[in-house]
Design a binder for this molecule. Structure first.
Ligand code: DMJ
Length: 500
């Protein structure tokens, strides 16, 4: 985020509630005092509305809630009088001008001091679906805690407009849109970069606010994702208006949050499968590369120590109690310690192939990556909080479920449309043995990746369509040969027919 860390103490704010999760209440009190004393938001700086919302607003709100809670429960921070909530309100008002668009869908960037009063900002029209659709949790919490409804109202309106933009037949969302016309700019549709937390916030808005319309929307999107984007354990982008056509042949690391969301939804089997695929990718490349191809080669090699895979691991362990997931956590921890640990923190990996480090540590490493890693191994009794009473925002911040009761507006949606087979599944760990789900996927990644130095068994130049062994080899790879009437042959690859 441009100039953000220097002006805002971004990492400090983003990390406050991690200190409570780790049980370091002394350091939490110290950090809260520092934020109150030193941080101000009246800066002539252009920031991302989405990032400021999830990291700064979310960080302040969560820290305020925990400070208040610990004061009432344990009498600590006796001096605290809601200063962080006032700061959160200040941030909220500085973000509001971004919602001043024809559709009510927020601009992607805002100046913290001057709003969108500059030609450059006013004329910028594009934003991503996740950017526009991941405001509701923090904004609703801010409204409910301050009693000022405007933040929640603006964010509901943006969510309503986004919902109207879904493709009416596929129910999928695109990746980039125009905030004034409400038209799609990029119509490729997946669950990773550009869309991820929009889907997350549809489900979590229902959980936090108790409004059924969000469950209904989530279920419609979820059915669509499972129908078109979920392809075996892989999640592949398609065109929202031509959902049977893949729009790219690689996956990005951000989609690793999806199995965690599936746990929350209660759809464990595909969660176990996708997580297993990701684990194999991680083992093969030491870290999950920022993007990897459908045959699990590195597409973009950087790895900024993202949290999503650990987040899913934490939720899967919570749902299944399968010690396999502790083993997964241990493997990730070993990689972090071996290749990313530096004297003053953890360094992003510039390329997983060379493991060269970058002079950079994003704030989410402390707010999410290490939080989920710690929670994976923590026993309930080790924690100062009962996490069952909270929901995690997309930045790993804690918001209390009791916020639903702060307003009498639990509504039953009038959109009671048939939601199909994924509508209300619940985790049933008694009938699900994750190991039996993982077993058929064994060596999925290594089986597809050419081993270093191993001799290729068949080259294109050697291939002969009349050689029965060659035909069998490509059939085993899931490729079918179709003879066309003009004598040419067409090769058709179907992942499901790969022999394992
Ligand atoms: C975090 O800031 C949030 O999880 C966001 O939703 C997406 N990505 C980063 C971490 O990868």
């Amino acid at each position: 985020m441009t100039n953000f860390n220097t002006s805002f103490s971004l990492t400090l704010i983003d990390t406050l509630d991690s200190l409570v999760v780790l049980g370091d209440l002394e350091e939490f009190e110290h950090a809260v005092k520092l934020v109150i004393k030193d941080v101000s938001f009246d800066n002539d700086v252009v920031v991302s509305v989405f990032e400021t919302n999830i990291r700064v607003l979310g960080g302040l709100l969560s820290a305020h809630i925990l400070a208040d809670y610990l004061q009432q429960r344990d009498g600590i921070l006796p001096w605290y009088k809601g200063e962080l909530l006032n700061m959160a309100k200040d941030v909220g008002y500085r973000l509001l001008p971004a919602f001043n668009t024809t559709t009510g869908i927020p601009h992607s960037r805002v100046n913290m001091k001057y709003g969108i009063k500059s030609d450059r900002l006013e004329s910028a029209r594009e934003t991503c679906t996740a950017c526009a659709g991941s405001m509701i949790l923090e904004m609703a919490a801010l409204s409910r805690l301050t009693g000022e409804p405007i933040f929640e109202e603006k964010s509901h309106k943006a969510m309503d407009e986004l919902w109207k933009m879904r493709h009416r037949s596929s129910d999928l969302m695109g990746t980039v849109l125009n905030v004034h016309s409400g038209d799609w700019v990029r119509r490729d549709s997946g669950v990773g970069a550009g869309i991820d937390s929009y889907y997350e916030y549809c489900l979590k808005a229902y959980i936090l606010l108790g409004d059924n319309k969000y469950l209904h929307r989530f279920n419609r999107h979820y059915n669509a994702v499972m129908k078109y984007i979920s392809q075996g354990p892989m999640l592949l982008d398609v065109h929202m208006h031509r959902p049977h056509t893949n729009s790219r042949n690689y996956m990005d690391a951000l989609l690793a949050f999806w199995p965690g969301l599936q746990v929350l939804k209660g759809d464990l089997k595909p969660a176990v499968e996708t997580h297993e695929m990701l684990y194999q990718v991680m083992q093969r490349h030491t870290f999950i590369p920022e993007a990897f191809t459908t045959d699990f080669q590195v597409h973009w090699g950087n790895h900024p120590l993202r949290p999503e895979f650990l987040e899913s691991t934490y939720f899967l362990y919570g749902a299944t109690n399968d010690p396999y997931y502790l083993e997964v956590g241990r493997t990730v921890l070993n990689s972090l310690q071996k290749y990313a640990r530096v004297p003053c923190g953890y360094a992003a990996v510039n390329d997983v192939r060379t493991r060269k480090q970058e002079d950079r540590m994003d704030s989410f490493v402390l707010s999410e990556t290490l939080k989920y890693l710690y929670l994976l191994f923590a026993d309930k009794e080790d924690l100062v909080l009962n996490l069952d009473e909270f929901i995690f925002t997309t930045e790993g911040h804690l918001l209390p479920l009791s916020l639903a009761g702060y307003s009498g507006n639990k509504t039953v949606s009038d959109l009671d449309v048939e939601e199909g087979e994924f509508a209300r599944t619940c985790p049933n760990t008694l009938q699900l043995f994750p190991e039996t789900v993982r077993k058929p996927l064994q060596n999925m990644v290594d089986g597809m990746c050419p081993k270093r130095n191993s001799k290729r068994r068949l080259t294109a130049a050697e291939f002969s369509a009349s050689n029965i062994n060659h035909l069998k080899m490509i059939k085993d790879m899931g490729i079918n040969i179709i003879a066309l009437s003009d004598g040419r042959v067409q090769l058709l690859h179907t992942f499901s027919s790969v022999s394992r």
